[in-house]
Design a protein around this ligand. Structure first.
Ligand code: BT5
Length: 323
């Protein structure tokens, strides 16, 4: 039942226009009546399906409501999100995935929540995660890497999100070092990577993704409204959250597998393609000095590389950049 529905959605998604009831019944090896029953179940779960006589069926819009079903149906990944949990409300999805990691859950386990009441940013900052308005999700990864390479996973995840946004809309996302996703200079998404390591080996990584999707302008918290935005505000249209999550998971699996096989080079290239103010001059401050430099790219250890006006290159780890 479950797997038939999953296949059904995959067939509907692959088809450009309509797919006939007969074609579906042949491909799935079920009766036309069974196809019709499945269609009704999909509608109950929030899929809008158009049925036209002599043409067949087509998905017109995807459900808004997140459930384990709407997230897993149509998700054609090998390992990413195949073990997936959805909650209405949690303190933080990070915390849940840490627990799951300790219990031995597999690589690619995903936890998604409609709302977080104690969403975390980096360095104990808060992450606003209002109900039903965005993607609040943590992914469990078990990479075979030394801890020193963990920052590469954050950089990689940022390219995944940038690519997803470019593919699903006309928006031109940019990645602000180290982990912010910007659209029109405003933050729409942030990444939080937490790692457990032992004996020079990563045990597991919990990679958290927060993405503002369907907030209207009035729904962005006042104190961050000058610097934060949502995909809806910037694109002018509503996004299906389950479909957007699936696009992230699909893109993540492809990019991660390529990274494991081929190394950091491709991630670096992609990152720099989307990099905010790469090739531009900015003001940089550390405890000791303030200077002007051109940002030139990222390094395998996650550092941002800059060149000052005399041509000296410097690797930045924690400097303040006046964007
Ligand atoms: C981040 O931190 O950008 C990482 C955010 C990661 C959130 C995800 S959601 C799923 C998972 N579960 C969690 O509990 N966390 C992860 P940072 O770079 O420190 O940015 C935090 C700063 O961004 C805050 O201090 C605010 O200024 C601002 N901010 C807070 N909420 C925001 C939002 N929803 N959109 C844009 N900016 C926000």
């Amino acid at each position: 039942m479950e797997s038939t529905r999953k296949q059904l959605i995959e067939l509907l998604e692959k088809q450009e226009g309509y797919i006939s009831g007969q074609q579906l019944s042949d491909s799935l090896q079920i009766s036309r009546t069974a196809v019709w029953k499945h269609m009704n179940e999909l509608k109950k779960d929030g899929y809008e399906i158009e049925a036209v006589q002599r043409k067949g069926y087509k998905i017109v819009s995807y459900p808004d409501k997140i459930s384990t079903n709407t997230l897993q149906w149509g998700l054609d990944t090998k390992w990413m999100g195949q073990n997936l949990y959805h909650y209405d409300q949690v303190e933080s999805t990070q915390q849940i995935v840490h627990e799951m990691a300790k219990q031995g859950m597999p690589h690619g386990t995903v936890v998604v929540a409609d709302e977080q009441v104690r969403g975390k940013g980096r360095m104990a900052r808060n992450w606003h995660s209002p109900k039903g308005k965005g993607i609040w999700m943590s992914i469990l990864l078990r990479p075979n890497l030394p801890p020193i390479q963990a920052p590469q996973l954050t950089l990689m995840a940022a390219t995944v999100l940038a690519k997803m946004i470019s593919e699903e809309s006309d928006l031109k996302p940019q990645i602000k070092w180290p982990n912010d996703l910007l659209v029109h200079h405003k933050k729409v998404s942030g990444i939080l990577t937490e790692m457990q390591a032992e004996h020079d080996q990563i045990q597991y990584v919990v990679l958290g993704i927060g993405m503002n999707v369907n907030q209207d302008l009035s729904e962005i918290q006042q104190e961050i409204s000058h610097k934060a935005s949502s995909l809806k505000i910037e694109s002018g249209s509503h996004w299906s959250i389950p479909k957007t999550i699936q696009s992230i998971l699909r893109q993540f699996e492809i990019t991660y597998d390529q990274y494991v096989k081929e190394g950091f080079q491709q991630v670096k290239k992609e990152w720099e393609r989307y990099g905010y103010k790469i090739g531009e001059e900015v003001t940089i401050s550390t405890m000791k000095k303030t200077w002007e430099a051109t940002l030139i790219g990222i390094e395998p250890d996650g550092a941002l590389k800059a060149r000052d006006r005399s041509g000296n290159e410097e690797k930045l780890y924690s400097a303040e950049i006046h964007w």
